[in-house]
Design a protein around this ligand. Structure first.
Ligand SMILES: [Zn+2]
Length: 266
């Protein structure tokens, strides 16, 4: 039996606790996270409205920090005032990042031109406020790398993370070369994800982050259930075995990375 003190420290760098799936039991969800060793959860905004909700949640719950931003798939449905609302909220207490933003060719809810326009706006906002950028990339790796490289060549490295990374080794290498962090979610634990585990091995340990993307895509062995921050322990355990580290060691490393990335205390 392991002593409780040897339980790895965990930071869930990407969850959507404002999602309606948590409306009824968020306090219990947060208790289970704390009991699993989670010392902080960043609840990630996807619309102007839920940016405000993320900030309110961070005010109510000491375990939570928030971001503000507009997820690319939601842009077409946002009111015209949405971007002004993000600008109004960016300096609120509890805000530790910008996003999630990025590009998505899997869904076509939003025109690609509009996605590119808002990805550029989020990049500029992150630089202006010296806040880290949370990047969503789905089936748009070449486009995301292209836009990040244009920005990098003009302005130098930006503090950013490729969240729920699902790309190939070349995409990871291109992002790492620009100074970005790579974050893995539950997908890396899936039986058919050996390619992704091989990519995870190539990420320097000081650029690695771990997340749940709750309530989506719960890791093995809780796959199929509503995902929640406590389950980040399973993804960490998988990454520890992939990288040949003890979970306690990798937990301390990824938590230290998350604190540095988001500018968290402690
Ligand atoms: Zn997300």
């Amino acid at each position: 039996m392991r002593e409780p003190s040897s339980r790895p420290e965990l930071i869930d760098t990407h969850a959507h606790l404002q999602d309606e799936k948590f409306h009824e039991d968020l306090p219990e969800v947060l208790q289970r996270a704390a009991a699993a060793g989670v010392s902080r959860i960043v609840t990630i905004a996807t619309t102007a409205l839920d940016s405000a909700v993320c900030i309110a949640l961070a005010r109510q719950h000491t375990l939570l920090s928030a971001t503000v931003g507009l997820q690319p798939n939601n842009l077409a449905q946002e009111p015209p005032t949405a971007w002004d609302e993000v600008l109004r909220l960016v300096e609120s207490p509890g805000v530790v990042g910008i996003g999630e933003t990025g590009l998505d060719r899997h869904w076509d809810f939003t025109s690609f031109a509009q996605q590119e326009d808002y990805f550029a706006r989020h990049l500029e906002l992150a630089r202006r406020y010296h806040l880290p950028l949370v990047i969503h990339c789905r089936e748009a790796d070449a486009d995301v790398v292209r836009m990040l490289r244009e920005d990098y060549e003009r302005h130098g490295p930006v503090r950013g993370v490729m969240h729920s990374f699902a790309g190939d080794a070349a995409t990871a290498a291109a992002c790492l070369a620009m100074g970005l962090y790579i974050s893995f979610a539950g997908m890396v634990t899936y039986k058919n994800a050996q390619d992704l585990r091989d990519v995870a091995k190539t990420v320097p340990l000081d650029r690695l982050l771990v997340e749940t993307d709750s309530p989506y895509l719960a890791p093995v062995p809780v796959r199929g259930r509503r995902n929640e921050p406590a389950f980040v322990a399973h993804t960490l355990a998988c990454l520890a075995s992939v990288t040949g580290q003890l979970p306690e060691v990798l937990g301390a490393q990824t938590s230290s990375n998350a604190r540095r990335f988001f500018g968290l205390p402690g």
